[in-house]
Design a protein around this ligand. Structure first.
Ligand code: ZN
Ligand code: ZN
Ligand code: FE
Length: 763
């Protein structure tokens, strides 16, 4: 006989961990208890020596599917006079771990039940269990109990109750447990607002409508999708027109992993993510082209695909005998995703023909997550949202105060930091629309409320014109908190440091993106920083060029292209642009030249992203872009790898102690290649190669100068697979230790995490 105390950390609530422990204890005749504490789960177990051994090793080695154990310790304690094993209630705010579990995709068992004619949950779309189902989107308060979720409105029927209290059931303590008799229901509404079908018939009907070419707004877990049959060119075009979204790729939901493999190259690793409980959209390479794909993701060799992740989706595919659906966020252009029935019907009425809705309230809207997998198998998260957020992250230091960081204006997320945890919220989008800002303010308050946080520090981007900075310095949030501005690229690097558990030491940070406000008031974005959490020093960057028209140039990238030409060729730029930028009239170029010469609305920029825009435009791929990063994505997509060609020449100059990478020779060589008819794929490859070359060379010089050999990578440019992979590999080959993002996106969605870290060291 012995008694042990087991401590397990890293378990979020709502993954069935305590019920699992309870079942095991029963099986092995063990008494004691399991309870959640602020630090983790504590189990005391008393029984025969062999039973205790088996019990603890099963918990450690085979925990429930969704439980990710971060730390596991066992220590002996003295025996107690006990007979039973109990799950101790989490009482009061101090007792439970402060953690909001993310939503989980439907598990294979629940999926089987809803497709099994003999099962009592046949065709019931809200079927879930302790291993799957909504969490974050339905939670109103913590602790995670049914009464604190939007499922509170539905009273469990006797059969569901029985499962809930049965330790042998997969639904033991499943807070969102329900069935056809007692749970939420689907209904289908036409454009006039009339209910035309209910329950499973609603899904069945919607499936048929989709198959016949209608656009249906489908309410799922985190909000509405706009869906249409991906094989109907007509429907896809209609959706694009109605959504007024010219070229930004649409995501696809495919019936099964087998369907995905018919059209795309899906690696083992990609399959693992697609079928995981987070069920994100994964960008995979297409192997077959159908006409509709050119409208779904124009000029892109990747398709964003996901699998059905709720019972609603599973049944929709079954009912309509569908293979592939376009599933794009149900919103008006760049506004937040619609997640309540009334506003979805109002806002999406001009886009959708029908609405497949349900009566379960979504408390927090949440978009699908998006990711890529690098050839070395590491994940690259592009949008961290449903399925991942808002799971907390353990940080490598102890936060002295509770901090809120409001993030940046693009691809916004916000973060909270408290004690040893960082909570980064779900994807908010670009803060350039009143409705997005509204949603943002409401979400910040919601999180603070659910997590019971009262920040004493508010961190924000140093950019004076960012709306987020304006909000942060107003009275909108946390009135009495101290305000701390943080520079954009410093925040980028520190977010990646936090994520990689770097305690506090000097690193070389490579922050490569489009634009971020720099210390000299210019637009930075090719930064080689020597930094720790507290300070940073700029050691190298690309040569500045002017952005004629400022913000406008970011969309009309021919302006950037001409500016690079002008920088490289000066007065010859005009005649060269006539040959290369044929699509742009002379008059416009003339105006641009005057703007640059007279310094009219032409801020200095050195963003690597802008350099990509210029090259993509010079190659004739894009004159204007419809969404951030489009030109760079097309340049990467066009690349034809060729081992025999090396990069272009460039120069590195030392100007007052800062290394300047001079790109004028790169531009003139590219112009030569274009004039000589070199294929765009080849130019793209040589250009990518060149970037890797100068990055490695600069890092070597900086290591020599500073003695630092740890390199941290962040910024939107690292969404480019070639850059990410080759910069990492070649730095490692040269003896550097490299840290890249794994759970946070490298784009501006990581900024808030970095702002928290910096602020913590500045107070
Ligand atoms: Zn399940
Ligand atoms: Zn029921
Ligand atoms: Fe950035």
């Amino acid at each position: 006989m012995k008694r042990v105390k087991i401590f397990v950390s890293g378990i979020v609530q709502g993954v069935g961990f305590r019920p699992y422990v309870y079942r095991l204890a029963k099986k092995y005749n063990i008494c004691g208890f399991v309870k959640n504490t602020i630090d983790g789960v504590i189990i005391e177990a008393q029984g025969h020596d062999t039973s205790i051994e088996a019990f603890s090793s099963l918990i450690k080695e085979k925990p429930p599917a969704l439980a990710k154990i971060k730390l596991f310790t066992v220590q002996p304690v003295s025996l107690k006079d006990e007979k039973v094993f109990r799950i101790e209630k989490s009482n009061g705010s101090k007792q439970y771990m402060i953690e909001i579990p993310p939503d989980f995709a439907i598990c294979p068992e629940c999926r089987k039940e809803i497709l099994d004619e003999k099962d009592r949950r046949y065709h019931y779309p809200f079927t879930n269990c302790v291993n799957c189902g909504p969490r974050f989107t339905v939670i109103k308060r913590l602790p995670y109990d049914r009464k604190n979720t939007t499922m509170n409105e539905f009273k469990m029927c006797p059969e569901c109750k029985e499962e809930y209290f049965d330790p042998e059931s997969r639904r033991f303590h499943a807070q969102t447990n329900c069935c056809e008799k007692c749970g939420p229901q689907m209904f289908l509404v036409n454009g006039a607002g009339k209910v035309i079908a209910e329950k499973y018939s609603a899904i069945e009907y919607a499936g048929k409508l989709l198959q016949q070419g209608s656009i249906v707004a489908v309410k799922g877990i985190g909000g509405f999708h706009l869906a249409c049959n991906a094989f109907s060119l007509h429907s896809v075009r209609k959706l694009r027109e109605r959504k007024n979204r010219e070229e930004k790729p649409f995501a696809l939901m495919v019936r099964s992993i087998e369907t995905a493999k018919k059209y795309c190259k899906v690696t083992q690793e990609e399959e693992k993510y697609l079928t995981s409980s987070s069920a994100p959209i994964v960008l995979v390479e297409k192997i077959v082209n159908i006409d509709a794909f050119d409208v779904i993701a124009p000029d892109n060799k990747y398709l964003g695909i996901m699998l059905p992740y709720s019972g609603i989706h599973v049944l929709l595919f079954e009912a309509g005998l569908l293979e592939m659906l376009v599933m794009t966020s149900g919103n008006i252009s760049d506004q937040p995703i619609c997640f309540d029935n009334e506003s979805a019907f109002r806002k999406l009425n001009n886009i959708a023909d029908f609405f497949l809705m349900h009566d379960r309230e979504i408390f927090s809207g949440c978009d699908d997550s998006v990711m890529r997998v690098l050839p070395d198998k590491s994940p690259l998260i592009i949008r961290r949202s449903r399925g991942f957020s808002p799971e907390s992250m353990k940080i490598p230091f102890f936060a002295k105060k509770t901090i809120f960081a409001c993030g940046g204006d693009m691809k916004n997320t916000f973060s909270f930091m408290k004690e040893h945890l960082l909570y980064t919220g779900h994807h908010m989008g670009d803060l350039d629309e009143p409705s997005t800002i509204d949603a943002y303010v409401r979400s910040v308050k919601k999180y603070a409320n659910i997590l019971k946080l009262e920040p004493e520090i508010v961190a924000y981007d140093a950019h004076p014109d960012y709306l987020s900075s304006g909000l942060a310095t107003s009275d909108e949030f946390f009135k009495n908190a101290v305000r701390i501005p943080v520079f954009h690229h410093h925040a980028h690097i520190c977010s990646c440091m936090v994520e990689n558990g770097i305690v506090d030491e000097k690193v070389i940070g490579l922050a490569f993106d489009g634009t971020g406000y720099g210390q000299d008031g210019s637009l930075w974005g090719s930064e080689f920083l020597l930094c720790d959490y507290r300070t940073f020093q700029r050691l190298a960057h690309l040569r500045y060029v002017k952005l004629p028209g400022g913000e406008k140039a970011i969309k009309e990238i021919w302006r950037i292209a001409f500016s690079y030409l002008f920088d490289a060729f000066e007065n010859d730029a005009f005649s060269i642009s006539k040959k290369i930028l044929k699509k742009i009239d002379d008059g416009k170029i003339e105006i641009l030249k005057t703007m640059i010469e007279k310094n009219l609305n032409s801020p200095y920029s050195c963003g690597l992203g802008r350099f990509f825009d210029a090259v993509s435009c010079l190659c004739g791929l894009k004159m204007n872009v419809n969404y951030e990063g489009q030109a760079a994505i097309q340049l990467e997509s066009a690349m034809k790898q060729n081992a025999s060609s090396s990069g272009y020449d460039y120069e590195i100059k030392n100007e007052a102690g800062i290394l300047i990478i001079d790109h004028r020779e790169i531009i003139s060589s590219i112009v030569n290649d274009i004039i000589n008819g070199t294929e765009t794929g080849e130019i793209s490859f040589k250009f990518h190669r060149t970037v890797v070359n100068f990055v490695i060379q600069v890092c070597k010089i900086l290591r020599e100068k500073t003695g630092v050999s740890k390199v941290v990578l962040s910024g939107g440019c690292f969404q480019n697979i070639f850059l990410s992979l080759h910069i990492k590999n070649e730095l490692e080959k040269n003896g550097f230790v490299v840290y890249a993002h794994k759970t946070l996106p490298p784009n501006d969605a990581c900024i808030s995490a970095g702002q928290c870290a910096v602020a913590n060291f500045l107070i």
